[in-house]
Design a protein around this ligand. Structure first.
Ligand code: FES
Length: 103
């Protein structure tokens, strides 16, 4: 599912370099300047983690680093706020089920 604006009748949409990263062992491509969460959303992945107590699905909520809805494990580090963490080439992103743990 493609969720990006590529053409606009009034605004110029600049070309951005593709960035490869890994999400739960799958190769995904984001664009330069994306956060991890925005790149995942653009690829159709909206569930980022599960809640600690009831394991309910969690995704983008505040998108400014003020909640815990987008916590994911990034390059082995748990509880990274992916809505404010910039995407980097070859980073490894994993969803969390409840509390984060170090691998
Ligand atoms: S969505 Fe709230 S901190 Fe990321």
């Amino acid at each position: 599912m493609k969720q990006r604006i590529e053409n606009h009748p009034i605004l110029d949409i600049p070309l951005r370099r593709k960035i490869k990263f890994y999400y739960n062992d799958k190769v995904i491509f984001g664009l330069e300047g994306d956060t991890i969460a925005s790149a995942l959303h653009a690829s159709g992945i909206t569930q980022l983690s599960k809640s600690i107590k009831l394991h309910r699905p969690r995704g983008f909520y505040c998108a400014i680093g003020n909640c815990s809805s987008c916590f994911m494990r990034v390059d082995g580090k748990p509880n990274v706020k992916t809505c404010v963490e910039r995407l980097r080439e070859d980073m490894v992103v994993e969803s969390q089920d409840g509390r984060g743990s170090i691998k």
